[in-house]
Design a protein around this ligand. Structure first.
Ligand SMILES: *Cc1c(COP(=O)(O)O)cnc(C)c1O
Length: 406
């Protein structure tokens, strides 16, 4: 394996010395990726069990998506929305077809898509539902993660995300996740939307009780409230369905997508919605310089085709079953609970286990890159291109680490 001659300690020092200290990464310095594997600067190979928080569901550097990126970059990358480009129309049509929604509003990062959803819901509240000016309320859930802008952190329940960043944006009510009765109590005539992750990713792969989403959909219908789902991490195959809401057979009024929408090659997000909801935006009222650019649109179009044509959603369901079964066979007193849906696993440890971080560090030595979420949960979420041999390989090593650490 060819290696660079860069000293990883030096690279870590540079990052720590000159970078802002807003992350606490594992000390592994990666330089190359292919499929579900990544290599560090010393040439060590690892199975990527995080998949960039599901942004690389299609695997690292998927050759088809790389080709789409390079070809489009050679032709035309950015026009701004002041002019039209030949990728945006087909991109919107293909996302509408994939999601079953009428209209698509492209942005770049996930947080921007969520901001867009919030703006749309509020404006819908005033123009369609008839809520008095500036009185719109949005219901969100405890333990949520929807991004890092000031408005989005305003309805976070994580002190770390909010402390010191006030004044925060008003207009949000937060109820316990998975609690439909609490949603019902929180609804007022001013409620315009419920914003929800169908499965909480950063929250620790939290799967609400069966029927919760269906019940919340009913409540929204009864009270003329929008249901907006944030499928930025749960969508595009991660849960073994194209969208997590399919597990409950409901449809939201609007949805945010990001991360795997571009297969990890370029930030592309969207807010998709019904005609009625998206209709609130008129020229000049919302936008983004890079949103809907031809480079991002071409990359996302190919990333979607790869997901569908390579049957990655089906593979996610099958490999998730295999991984889940293997993990449930672990009989370690350190494990408190295993939560799994599709190729998405949260392995929660007992408090006495001393935190998930040291397990992640030990897994790294075995050639698996995992990242703890919160203090005590190990997330296992490899790219959806992973095969049975790689799952078995991972299970062997996870078993070894649990035998070693108890
Ligand atoms: C990652 C994530 C976001 C934010 O996406 P960014 O691209 O980091 O802004 C929003 N919602 C959910 C559910 C996410 O997992």
């Amino acid at each position: 394996m060819a290696t660079t001659n860069l000293d990883p300690r030096r690279l870590i020092e540079l990052e720590d010395r000159f970078g802002a200290r807003n992350y606490h990464p594992l000390d592994v310095v990666l330089t190359r990726g292919e499929g579900c594997w990544v290599w560090d600067v010393d040439g060590n190979r690892y199975l990527d069990c995080l998949a960039a928080y599901s942004a690389v569901n299609q695997g690292h550097n998927h050759p088809r998506i790389v080709r789409a990126l390079v070809e489009q970059a050679r032709r035309l990358a950015l026009t701004s929305r002041a002019f039209r480009n030949d990728q945006l129309g087909p991109f919107c049509q293909e996302v509408a077809d994939l999601t079953g929604f009428d209209r698509v509003l492209p942005m770049n990062t996930g947080a921007e898509a969520v901001e867009t959803a919030i703006k749309a819901a509020r404006k819908w509240g005033y123009e369609v539902k008839g809520v008095a000016p500036d009185q719109a309320e949005i219901i969100a859930f405890s333990n949520n993660f929807h991004g890092r802008t000031v408005t989005v952190i305003s309805f976070s329940t994580e002190d770390e995300y909010k402390a010191g960043f006030g004044p925060l944006t008003p207009g949000f009510k937060v109820v316990p996740y998975g609690d439909a009765a609490a949603v019902e109590s929180a609804i007022t005539p001013n409620t315009v939307a419920v914003v929800m992750e169908p499965v909480q990713g950063e929250g620790g792969i939290i799967i609400p009780p069966a029927g919760t989403l269906r019940r919340i959909r009913e409540l929204c219908d009864e009270h003329h409230v929008l249901l907006i789902l944030d499928e930025i991490q749960s969508g595009l195959g991660r849960t073994g369905k194209m969208f997590a809401f399919e597990h409950e057979g409901v449809r939201p009024d609007g949805m945010t997508l990001g991360k795997a929408l571009s297969g990890g090659l370029y930030p592309v997000s969207v807010f998709v919605a019904t005609d009625e909801l998206m209709g609130v935006f008129r020229p000049g009222q919302h936008g983004s310089t890079y949103g809907g650019n031809p480079l991002g649109a071409a990359v996302a179009r190919e990333a979607i085709r790869v997901l569908v044509e390579e049957k990655l959603v089906e593979n996610s369901a099958a490999m998730g079953e295999r991984l889940g079964a293997g993990l449930r066979a672990l009989s370690s007193p350190a494990i408190r609970e295993i939560r799994q849906i599709g190729l998405w696993v949260g392995l929660q440890l007992v408090p006495e286990a001393g935190g998930a971080r040291r397990y992640c560090e030990e897994l790294q030595k075995e050639g698996l890159l995992c990242k703890e979420t919160h203090v005590d949960t190990i997330r296992v979420a490899p790219p959806l291109v992973v095969g049975p041999d790689e799952i078995d390989w991972a299970l062997e090593r996870i078993t070894r680490v649990f035998e070693r650490l108890g």
